[in-house]
Design a protein around this ligand. Structure first.
Ligand SMILES: *Cc1c(COP(=O)(O)O)cnc(C)c1O
Length: 241
């Protein structure tokens, strides 16, 4: 059986090979380890093997793990990547370093209001629904620019880029279309002299990592290929306010 350390080495080599193939520098893609459903002890094991960025999908599970790993709080960067319910934004704003799954202005506004002033700005990505599936969250691509311009004005948060969860088997072409949207918004923000780095295209998971890197992804979110298969996802039993 291969260890988490071996799996990390394997995924990193997949990333460098995919980058090399399309002429991208080796360090231009960041690996985010998706630790949802895996215990804090597993996160610690991955941390000891050199992994610094971890992502969680569920507020309660994520905040419990952050508390359990409090001794590593300054060394680990915690990303929230699950659906954000507006009655849970406070817990997220007080615990995480990144929220990649902001899918409407109202959520960004709440995170901005609730981010403690003594913490660094919360890094935000706007989630875009690129496959148009009704079941997926995210703004439609045609609304992304205006939503970004609104979010960019908010204090205590830093708009860093876009995130998407393509449908299984999504084509390279659909991913490149998403990249173009990202680059267009980036250019727009630059022209508006936006103060923050809008530098993150979060795209790619265990199964579509290579195509995502070809489409310019700067952050891949990998769970299964590092930690092995998960139990079927638990549904959070809570609702909007
Ligand atoms: C679970 C999850 C991942 C990781 O998926 P794997 O297929 O296990 O690599 C990535 N991104 C999001 C948003 C997820 O919910």
């Amino acid at each position: 059986m291969s260890s988490i350390s071996d799996q990390l080495i394997f995924v990193k080599s997949q990333i460098s090979q995919a980058s090399a193939r399309v002429g991208r520098p080796n360090n231009s893609v960041q690996l985010i380890a998706v630790s949802k459903t895996h215990p804090a002890s597993t996160v610690r094991e991955a941390f000891v093997a050199g992994q610094k960025d971890f992502a969680e999908n569920y507020v309660q599970e994520g905040t419990d793990k952050i508390v359990e790993l409090d001794d590593l709080r300054k060394k680990i960067i915690w990303h929230f990547i699950g659906p954000v319910q507006s009655n849970k934004t406070r817990f997220i704003a007080e615990s995480f370093d990144w929220v990649q799954s902001v899918d409407r202005f109202k959520i960004a506004q709440r995170l901005s209001d609730q981010r403690p002033k003594d913490m660094e700005d919360l890094n935000i990505c706007l989630q875009v629904n690129i496959s148009g599936e009704a079941s997926k969250s995210g703004v439609p691509p045609e609304d992304a620019l205006l939503t970004c311009l609104d979010i960019a004005e908010l204090p205590n948060i830093s708009l860093r880029g876009l995130m998407a969860i393509p449908e299984p088997g999504a084509s390279l072409q659909s991913m490149k279309k998403f990249q173009k949207l990202f680059l267009d918004i980036q250019l727009h923000l630059k022209r508006h002299q936006f103060k923050n780095r809008f530098d993150t295209l979060s795209l790619g998971m265990s199964d579509d990592l290579e195509r995502a890197i070809e489409a310019g992804s700067t952050m891949v979110r990998v769970g299964t290929a590092i930690f092995g298969p998960r139990e079927p996802d638990v549904i959070e039993e809570d609702s909007e306010e």
